[in-house]
Design a binder for this molecule. Sequence first.
Ligand code: NAD
Ligand code: UD1
Length: 338
Amino acid sequence: MNVLVTGGMGYIGSHTCIQMIDAGMNPVILDNLYNSKNTVLERIEKVSGVKPTFIEGDVRNKSLVVDVLKAHNIDAVIHFAGLKAVGESVQKPLEYYDNNVNGTLVLVDAMRDCDVKTLVFSSSATVYGDPASVPITEDFPTSATNPYGRSKLMVEECLTDFQKANPDWSITLLRYFNPVGSHPTGELGEDPQGIPNNLMPFVSQVAVGRREFLSVFGHDYPTKDGTGVRDYIHVMDLSDGHVAALQKVGSKQGLHVYNLGTGNGYSVLDMVKAFEAASGKEVPYQLVDRRPGDIAECWADPAKATKELGWQAIRTLEEMTADTWRWQSKNPQGYPES
Ligand code: NAD
Ligand code: UD1
């Protein structure tokens, strides 16, 4: 199976390529390297033994996408490419709608021209907004509170309408909870540019000495220790979820929607403690005000994915933190430039 992986040089895409190779699939990467580095390709090769085809280019370039789909005889597409920083999306909404919404429309238009009718899209638990209760099932109401979240919701709606009008397509929306961790070899991991927005990259940069302390955003939430609770999922489990989606519903016409989460909620302080245990390093922190737009708690009911995809997250919190630390300590400055 030849699979175009847009954004395949990024955090989740690169790990997914490895799991795809392991499952006998042939990933072909299209990425403009806006948020990733060339050297990721060598790491994929080092770990998997295969160097995937890589085309440096933009998913919004329709003629390029058409060329790639034809030249590589593509059977299916996993669409990771996009921008993902919530705060930045408030400052740069146009860039977010252009990359995330327009990018997807151009991609689907090119796929239609080439008769490629299987798409897996990277969505997010952010589409549930502030959920009325937990755990969250796929039929919960959706909403958005920032341009990033709105762009994901818009794409979901566009793809839903498109699939209705084109019932012979297979479109899968995967709603990720909080991806963390890295490849167990420590060769691949999350390499944020600048100050990390997300918890685990920040914690690991504190542990490795790049930052002084963690600010814990909010300690008066109605949770067990007052800090925010999330469903952290190992990136290798998330990657396996994409392989399962392609294998189980990739050839089934219809619109398929799945939560990819573990079903467990951990607080910020749980994560800090687990990280300290895994790394043997102290993670100094300060309790500060809530971050605007944050919710108290959020975790998935992953039963639908288990039942229909035969997939479930199997990696533990200890593996999430130990693997994060292995990547961070082996690569304190992230991927090398070249
Ligand atoms: P990432 O930034 O590491 O990877 C995205 C990749 O897409 C990067 O390599 C970037 O260079 C590339 N890219 C961006 N715009 C492009 C364009 N126009 N054309 C071609 N390539 C382009 O992000 P990630 O964490 O791997 O996330 C992948 C996807 O999953 C994104 O769509 C993101 O919104 C979604 N998602 C991520 C998370 C998370 O916490 N990481 C959670 C939910 C959903
Ligand atoms: C964030 C995004 C969400 C996106 C998700 C992907 C926001 C508001 N939401 O969710 O749209 O889909 O990432 O994983 O950015 N925390 C700290 N200190 C920090 C960083 C985070 O205490 O320096 C806390 C947060 O308050 C939260 C938890 O850690 O309780 C997780 O935060 P984060 O990793 O940013 O993820 P989300 O907020 O769940």
